[in-house]
Ligand binder design. Sequence first.
Ligand code: FE
Ligand code: FE
Ligand code: ZN
Length: 183
Amino acid sequence: MEQLLTLRELLQHEIDDLYSAEEQIIEALPKMVEAASSPQLKSALKNHLIITRKQKNRLDEVRKLLESQPKANTGLMEKIFGSNTKCKGTEGLVKEAEHIMKQTEEDNSVKDAAIIAAAQKIEHYEISGYGTARAFAMQLGLSEVEKLLTETLNEEHEADNELNGLALFGVNVEAAQHTGLPE
Ligand code: FE
Ligand code: FE
Ligand code: ZN
């Protein structure tokens, strides 16, 4: 297993992990948009898909900034093929999302509540990853990287807050009125 010897290498790893996370989220969001019933929830998720594509591009910029100071022990394969880091956390969260959407198929508003729950788990994972990466960048004096990561971190917080609002003032209220019994 490749060893990470410096905080800078650990930062690089976190960036690779986040890159994989954003790629997987870009794949997953359209299915969640499709499954959502509330028009506000659909549009919030669609909007976050557009933002997520921008976040992936922002990570390309971060990678370029980090490349200008090459790390000590990049392997030849990695030099040729780039990172092969797959974010297992996001992989698991996406699987959970797919599973809970199937389990709640019978009731649209309960399904919407489940979609928000799954989406917020993903947002919280991202907030944690970006928060840590930004702290590393700050410690290393990489102010451009820090700035880019802050932009994304703020967007993830905004997405999370919007989902909170949709749940508390709409989707959960509606879902609570459904008894699960035939009417
Ligand atoms: Fe994101
Ligand atoms: Fe991860
Ligand atoms: Zn996000």
